[in-house]
Ligand binder design. Structure first.
Ligand SMILES: Nc1nc2c(c(=O)[nH]1)N[C@H]1C(S)=C(S)[C@@H](COP(=O)(O)OP(=O)(O)OC[C@H]3O[C@@H](n4cnc5c(=O)[nH]c(N)nc54)[C@H](O)[C@@H]3O)O[C@H]1N2
Ligand SMILES: Nc1nc2c(c(=O)[nH]1)N[C@H]1C(S)=C(S)[C@@H](COP(=O)(O)OP(=O)(O)OC[C@H]3O[C@@H](n4cnc5c(=O)[nH]c(N)nc54)[C@H](O)[C@@H]3O)O[C@H]1N2
Ligand code: SF4
Ligand SMILES: [Mo]
Length: 697
């Protein structure tokens, strides 16, 4: 049988590696890395290699399903697309009639490239609220950096850098295909490496400086770096004089953040703070890699991302080769994270103003990120500020992904109508009235531009969808037709042509071309006569923030639950808990049903210092209880000499395979969804208190 090979993009995680798929008789039979891809250069990880296992998994949902026997039955019946879409359209229309279009919310998780399409659909329907976890995933980087320098600081130029600073970021596990080749190249060329992480990851072990920070105290550390750099006169005086606003106020502000004082806050020795700051400032150009979750799950996440951008600014590393690049992929509606991420072109101002979260997080008005899920729950639970009664979830296991799982589940359970689009059954789809089966990434056409600097890639469909799975863009088109939303696109091709319009290519042409690259321009602020900020400068002291009631300088806030802020809790919960460090074999809550991946990490494991475990007579590999003020889960103790004796780490996303008991191992049963960052809505789930108990039998 003839084997055909097709080049496309793996969509199993954010890295978006180039892959070659082998197809026989309409089925994918092989996958390997594409050496010609500019970032992944032939690399492929275990998740990518598991492509066929995922696509042709016996449990994959392949037909639309409707619930039978009531909300909690967990029972579904197969139905036709026609009927499933009819039920959805009917319920959405009824909800709109009764409570207004804003009572219908669509949500996605990592968005899987769907954000522009979901936003357009909602705006045609009349609802302003697209719910996604950007508030704990990249959103604070976008908002914090854009407010400071007018672009998003998500494109570190590691390969050309003399100093690679990984701040709460372990790309070896989380972004292997996108960043590791350029990090390796930078290191080969002699770059220094700094890692700021409570865990002694492999990259931390290799680094010139590894600072084992107490979770949630990062802003204090950046402010101390700034203090040291200013004190040693190591900042870029020319850049500061010409391109920064309010530097003097910063000097005064950081003078209080002496290494001695910050050492007590962060648990890092003062001399390490000084030496690391000096290494960073002396080795230019330097690139900062902010983790998309590590710096986005704190109650001061906005201030942290402002502070990191200021660090890059005053050391002259903004928008220069080897520093943090200014990139805007030349597509219309970047698939995620872009400043044009979410626009409601067709909504009247009054309706757009009803977007959930706008009233609490004023900056969302200027730098639109989706509505934080935590602003949707009160609308479902209490009708505040108005009722939300119907929700559609695309590629999102809300119940397991979001903090305070019990609350999330109750909220979704109480809706009048819920539909979900997913490959597999999850604790979230279980609550749905209708489940739709999406096409796999190898079964759909798309345009890919996520975090790929100025690259745009074609992701052509290489096989027809497994019957009867359907491209989610097509699902939206079909649903729009049923609802009479005339402004929505009429075909997938029309959608992709729209996105490619700025590069003057149609999808048919681009598919053949495969790639497009726009050279990156450096120091655009010089050519444009300033940064895209209110003052035209890098906003060090930002007056426009003050006018919005936001601190004009980055402020450190103790985590809301910590040995310092809640000392009364420490007796019962003596350990600091951080959650959600990535594992290369899993993507969030996915892949636990894929044998070749699961064998690498079958159980959730708590990284704990052996001495800490020893005090409770806990052995390596023993199942223990992990307890927070909000609940209790089971987890396996895994001894790790590199862990600080007072800090433990738990992964997230475990739920699968526990008969009727996903709650027993889901870490978000312990996390909190209060005390949000006042500017970005970030949830402080990287720093909580807990205790570990030996199991009583
Ligand atoms: N405690 C803790 N919780 C966290 C985090 C943490 O660090 N700590 N991280 C958070 C972050 S940053 C994020 S982004 C969220 C992610 O949260 P989610 O995006 O909800 O997580 P996933 O498990 O990746 O995806 C959910 C579902 O999408 C399905 N899926 C995969 N591909 C597709 C597709 O193409 N189409 C459709 N329709 N479905 C698909 C999978 O089968 C899976 O069931 O989790 C958050 N949760
Ligand atoms: N394999 C895999 N890859 C993924 C994902 C996945 O689920 N699986 N998820 C994707 C998504 S949606 C996202 S948002 C990104 C996240 O990307 P990143 O944020 O880069 O995630 P990690 O690589 O886990 O790095 C976070 C690091 O921060 C450390 N850390 C924890 N708490 C603190 C703290 O308070 N301060 C500091 N300085 N460090 C801390 C952790 O120990 C961890 O090593 O990963 C993406 N890539
Ligand atoms: S790192 Fe793995 S899962 Fe992610 S895009 Fe690359 S091959 Fe796919
Ligand atoms: Mo994320």
């Amino acid at each position: 049988m003839a084997t055909e090979t097709y080049s496309t993009i793996c969509f199993e995680c954010h890295s978006r590696c180039g892959v070659l798929l082998e197809v026989e008789d309409g089925r994918v039979v092989g996958i390997r890395g594409d050496k010609t891809h500019p970032h992944s250069q032939g690399y492929i990880c275990p998740k990518g290699r598991a492509c066929m296992e995922i696509m042709y998994h016996p449990d994959r949902i392949t037909r639309p399903l409707v619930k039978v026997g009531g909300r909690d039955s967990g029972q579904f019946e197969e139905t036709t697309w026609e009927n499933a879409l009819e039920i959805i359209a009917e319920n959405l229309s009824r909800c709109k009639e009764k409570n207004g279009p804003e009572s219908v919310v669509f949500g996605a998780g990592t968005t899987r490239g769907l954000a522009p399409y979901l936003n357009r659909f909602l705006s045609e329907f009349g609802s302003p609220t697209f719910m996604a976890p950007s508030n704990m995933s990249g959103g604070p980087v976008v908002v914090g950096s854009a407010a400071t320098c007018g672009f998003t600081m998500v494109d570190p130029d590691y390969a050309n850098s003399s100093c690679i600073l990984l701040w709460a970021h372990n790309p070896e596990q989380s972004w292997p295909g996108l960043y590791m080749n350029s990090i390796r190249e930078g290191l080969k060329n002699g770059a220094r490496m700094i890692v700021i992480d409570p865990r002694g990851t492999r990259l931390a072990q290799k680094a010139d400086h590894w600072l084992q920070i107490r979770p949630g105290t990062d802003v204090a550390l950046v402010l101390s770096f700034l203090h040291v750099i200013i004190q040693h006169g190591l900042y870029d005086k020319h850049f500061v004089e010409n391109w920064c606003s309010g530097f003097d106020r910063l000097v005064e502000h950081v003078s209080r953040f002496t290494p001695d004082k910050v050492s007590k806050i962060t648990w890092i020795p003062p001399k390490d703070i000084v030496n690391t700051a000096v290494t960073f400032a002396k080795n230019s150009p330097a690139a900062i890699g902010p983790g998309m979750a590590g710096v986005c799950q704190h109650n001061d996440a906005f201030d942290l991302n402002r502070a990191l951008t200021i660090l890059s600014a005053i050391t002259g590393n903004l928008a220069v080769p080897g520093g943090n690049l200014q990139c805007t992929p030349p597509t219309r509606k970047r698939s995620c994270y872009g400043p044009d991420f979410d626009t409601f072109l067709n909504l009247p101002e009054e309706q757009a103003g009803k977007k959930l979260g706008l009233d609490r997080f004023s900056l969302l008005r200027f730098i639109p990120i989706p509505s934080p899920p935590q602003t949707v729950w009160p609308a479902i639970e209490k009708g505040e500020p108005y009722p939300v009664r119907a929700v559609g979830l695309f590629a999102n296991n809300s119940v397991c992904a979001y903090p305070n799982s019990a609350r999330v589940r109750n909220a979704l359970r109480s809706l009048d109508f819920l539909f979900a689009v997913d490959y597999f059954h999850t604790p979230t789809t279980e609550l749905a009235d209708v489940i739709l089966p999406p096409a796999h990434w190898a079964e759909r056409d798309d345009v890919e531009d996520l975090l790929m600097m100025n690259h745009v890639m074609a992701q052509p469909r290489v096989v027809e969808p497994v019957p009867e799975c359907r491209d989610e863009k097509q699902i939206l088109i079909d649903l729009a037709e049923k609802l009479g939303l005339d402004g929505f696109w009429k075909s997938v091709e029309e959608i992709l042509d729209y996105r490619l319009e700025p590069i003057n290519m149609s999808w048919e042409e681009f598919k053949k071309e495969g790639r497009y690259y726009e050279p990156i321009k450096h120091k655009m602020y010089e050519q444009k006569g300033g940064f895209r900020t209110p003052s035209g400068k890098a906003e060090i002291y930002a007056e426009f923030l003050q006018n919005l009631g936001i601190s004009p300088l980055p402020q450190f806030r103790e985590p809301p639950e910590s040995p310092e802020s809640t000392p009364a809790l420490v007796k019962d919960y003596p350990l600091v808990l951080t959650t959600g460090g990535r594992n290369i074999v899993y993507y969030h809550s996915s892949h636990r049903n894929i044998p070749s991946l699961r064998m690498h990490a079958p159980d959730p494991e708590l990284q704990i210092n052996p001495a800490t475990a020893g005090r409770k007579y806990i052995n390596d590999g023993e199942w223990v209880d992990l307890v927070s003020p909000r609940g209790r889960v089971e987890i396996k103790a895994r001894f790790d000499e590199t862990m600080h004796p007072r800090i433990v780490h738990s992964p997230h996303g475990f739920w699968h395979g526990v008969e009727k008991g996903w709650k027993r191992i889901n870490i978000n049963m312990l996390t909190d969804d209060e005390n949000l960052c006042p500017v970005t809505g970030s949830v402080p789930i990287k720093s909580l208190l807990c205790r570990v108990e030996k199991k009583q039998f």
